[in-house]
Write a protein of this length. Structure first.
Length: 384
């Protein structure tokens, strides 16, 4: 439908506005949105306000990117991969009801989505879950308490679970994760997504707030191949993590907040807006599944070459040992680079020996091929 056809449709159902008035309204919306939204989309939003009942095909407005969204938009269509789902909760006031919230991601960013009343059945039934790609129609945007834009899905909205090409076009949360070693002062007071292994878990402790009520706090360290950072969980999140958190488990955190410590260091805080996923069971990848930048990789295979040890100079000028050998399973072969203390262990491996590698990472090696590389927390053990 063209812009002119939309104008005619709006005028046909609303005699209280003139063509000049409608076009002035359109120009006002264009100024408000900074020219980022097309005339067609803005006219459809205005049409929705006037209750214009177009056919389903016509009302599916152009899909926006998360980075395009601003507060105050109506009849928004957007698609993204679910990266976090928070439990539904009831609310009371002038009207009682239920709501559930989730975080979705597209190639341009991450967005909080709020589902109202009957829409939360999609969460309760498990149809909307982490990893699924979801298309939202006829939603609207508003600012949250901190002034950040979020999407609201109400009674007039429609939700579709996607598959196929739509899934491949949406990034996974791993693509939005920040390496721990890359967290800097520039991230202070900003939200980040990180993943790694849990270390040094401290028990939950009780503290007294200024209003004399009791609060809870829990601390632990999170590590990946680039470094380690302290994590602080507060109140209900401390209770939630206390039940499942232990040394060595894998953890993925979405929407944690970076804070500066008294000693000017940095730590990540887990609050009610943070989603935490804990992997209690080990997952082993096949060689054919290895991809660049995968972290916390577990692998079982057979050594096919005698390890070769050499000394190399790191970017920091440090001279370290690295042992390289080939590993295979039923799906293919890959090279393994065992660094520092792991190089000494790898020297004793023999061709034909089956081994288990835990908590390694995948990087681009010689000839642009991916290879498995050890880090400080990696282990290499014989397979039973």
């Amino acid at each position: 439908m063209t812009d002119e056809e939309l104008v005619e449709q709006i005028l046909s159902v609303n005699n209280g506005i003139s063509r000049e008035g409608l076009l002035e309204r359109l120009e006002g919306e264009k100024r408000k949105t900074g020219g980022l939204i097309s005339n067609e989309t803005l006219l459809r939003m205005i049409a929705a306000e006037f209750g214009l009942n177009l056919s389903q095909a016509e009302t599916r407005t152009p899909t926006l990117s998360i980075s395009d969204l601003i507060s105050g938009l109506y009849d928004v269509t957007i698609i993204g991969r679910v990266v976090a789902v928070f439990p539904p909760r009831a609310f009371n006031g002038k009207k009682s009801g239920k709501l559930a919230s989730l975080l979705i991601a597209d190639k341009t960013g991450i967005l909080r989505v709020v589902l109202w009343n009957h829409q939360i059945s999609l969460v309760e039934s498990g149809e909307i879950s982490v990893g699924r790609v979801v298309h939202f129609f006829h939603a609207y945007t508003k600012d949250d308490r901190s002034g950040k834009v979020e999407l609201h899905v109400g009674s007039k909205s429609k939700v579709e679970i996607c598959s196929g090409d739509a899934e491949s076009d949406c990034p996974t949360i791993d693509q939005f994760c920040t390496k721990i070693g890359d967290i800097s002062q520039g991230h202070k007071n900003r939200r980040v997504n990180v993943s790694g292994k849990v270390r040094n878990v401290s028990p939950v402790s009780i503290f007294e707030r200024q209003d004399l009520s009791a609060g809870k706090i829990m601390r632990f360290a999170l590590t990946d191949e680039t470094g380690e950072i302290s994590v602080v969980a507060w109140n209900e999140k401390a209770d939630e993590l206390e039940k499942a958190l232990k040394q060595g488990v894998s953890l993925q955190m979405v929407n944690g907040r970076v804070k500066e410590t008294l000693s000017k260091g940095l730590e990540v805080h887990v609050d009610g807006g943070t989603y935490v996923k804990i992997s209690l069971t080990e997952r082993f990848l096949k060689v054919a599944e290895l991809r660049q930048d995968l972290n916390d990789v577990n692998l079982v295979g057979e050594v096919t070459t005698r390890p070769v040890t050499r000394e190399v100079q790191t970017s920091k000028g440090e001279i370290v040992k690295v042992a390289s050998f080939e590993l295979k399973d039923e799906t293919g072969k890959t090279w393994v680079a065992a660094w520092r203390k792991h190089a000494e262990l790898a020297c004793n491996l023999r061709s034909g020996q089956k081994i288990i590698i835990r908590n390694a990472y995948v990087r681009k090696g010689f000839g642009e091929q991916v290879e498995v590389s050890t880090k400080d927390t990696t282990s290499i053990t014989p397979a039973c």
